[in-house]
Ligand binder design. Structure first.
Ligand SMILES: [Zn+2]
Length: 196
């Protein structure tokens, strides 16, 4: 089955992925962790959570990679082909074609994708749009809060002074540019208020 666990920036998506991986491994189940190459928050093959958990991704996906080929390659490297679980971090950065591959692979595998629903303009990422179309199980990862204490639903790009940015490229990675991201409630996203 293909699962999509979506959440706003600041919800604990990656921490949840890493705990799921740990729990599966404790049971002796075979897990592969994938991440798209675009996430450069940490070393490029490290899946990293703000709360301090981290793990090495088995596969770093380029946009033109076939996930099926990559998993086959991994199975050969590991001398087994019995992955039961595939966990994907930052799944919003998958291409629609890659999500289609995951949907086909999910006939034989349990595949959990963790990612953002929308970008800083409130538009779908290609990977998220495809996951909403194709995932059989869609759940929200709770926990993201606006500064006002309400549930955060909108990913917001802000400049160093805290001004809300509404235009620009869909993907700009924080820490590399002069921007950062925060989750706001819809009211404060709409009003452009990133602090009290
Ligand atoms: Zn708010």
């Amino acid at each position: 089955m293909l699962h999509f666990y979506y959440g706003v920036m600041g919800s604990s998506k990656t921490a949840q992925l890493l705990m799921q991986r740990y729990n599966l491994q404790q049971l002796g189940l075979k897990v592969a962790v994938l991440k798209p190459a675009i996430d450069t928050r940490a070393e490029h093959d490290i899946v990293y959570s703000r709360v301090g958990l981290q793990a090495k991704a088995e596969i770093v996906l380029q946009p033109d990679h076939s996930i099926k080929e990559q998993l086959n390659w991994l199975a050969i490297q590991r001398a087994h082909n019995d992955f039961q679980f595939v966990l994907v971090d930052e799944a919003q950065f998958l291409s629609a074609e890659q999500v289609q591959e995951l949907a086909d692979l999910s006939l034989d595998l349990e595949i959990y994708c963790y990612g953002l629903r929308t970008d800083f303009r409130g538009q779908f990422f290609p990977g998220s749009a495809a996951l909403f179309r194709l995932a059989e199980d869609i759940q929200e990862v709770p926990g993201g809060l606006c500064w006002c204490g309400k549930k955060a639903t909108m990913n917001t790009r802000v400049d160093p002074e805290g001004n809300v940015i509404r235009e620009g490229e869909q993907v700009l990675i924080d820490n590399q540019q002069d921007i950062r991201y925060m989750g706001l409630c819809y009211r404060h996203h709409r009003e452009g208020k990133s602090h009290a």
